[in-house]
Ligand binder design. Structure first.
Ligand code: COA
Length: 173
């Protein structure tokens, strides 16, 4: 399995990865994540260097992206991570972990200071995420707090505090 950047032509396979990965979490309805990735890519918050695919047996089996987000007030630039998805056929083989380590390393190399996500509190601490409240970063919806996590990178500064604003396509969910 290899991790590489998304390139033109990967769009449909990435869409299908998220449709498959998130299907079990959405019984009886279409998951929103495949369209979310398409909408993010069409907007100005998408960061091509931080959209990574996992390739196994010549096919894309996983994808993760980080998009531009901000903290208000102040407008400090941080990252929102997600969606992260791995095809059901390839889950629990380390693909998700490989994508997470790769995208965090890439974000650190780009001098990004902070990565924020909404996710399961049992899964993401293994990648260095902690409750975002510890860093003074608040979700827009207080009900998200138990799932709202942040990972500091090398360029992190403690003054990076405030309310987190995802890229605009997340508002349409
Ligand atoms: C979450 C996901 C990306 C993990 O990918 P993966 O390739 O299976 O992950 P890895 O093989 O690196 O790690 C598997 C470990 O993660 C754990 N794990 C997976 N999903 C988890 C979740 N939602 N909560 C807690 N732990 C989880 C598994 O228990 C497993 O640990 P174990 O084998 O020790 O029990 C994948 O399961 C997936 O696409 N799920 C559906 C979409 C989703 O929930 N995405 C994340 C939210 S945006």
């Amino acid at each position: 399995m290899l991790i590489r950047r998304e390139v033109p032509g990967d769009e449909s396979a990435i869409h299908q990865v998220h449709a498959d990965a998130f299907a079990p979490l959405n019984p009886g309805r279409q998951p929103v994540e495949p369209q979310l990735v398409d909408d993010l890519r069409a907007g100005d918050a998408y960061l091509g260097a931080l959209s990574l695919v996992a390739v196994a047996d010549g096919a894309i089996v996983g994808h993760v992206c980080c998009t531009r987000a901000t903290l208000v007030p102040g407008g400090n630039r941080v990252l929102g991570l997600g969606p992260l998805g791995v095809r059901q056929s390839h889950q629990r083989r380390g693909v998700g972990a490989a994508l997470m380590h790769a995208v965090l390393g890439a974000a650190d190399a780009l001098d990004e200071p902070l990565v924020v996500l909404l996710g399961h509190p049992d899964y993401y601490p293994r990648f260095g995420f902690r409750p975002a409240a510890e860093m003074g970063v608040e979700p827009e919806n207080p009900e998200w707090a138990p799932y709202f996590q942040a990972r500091t990178l090398t360029s992190y500064r403690p003054e990076l505090r405030g309310r987190f604003r995802y890229a605009q396509p997340f508002d349409d969910l």
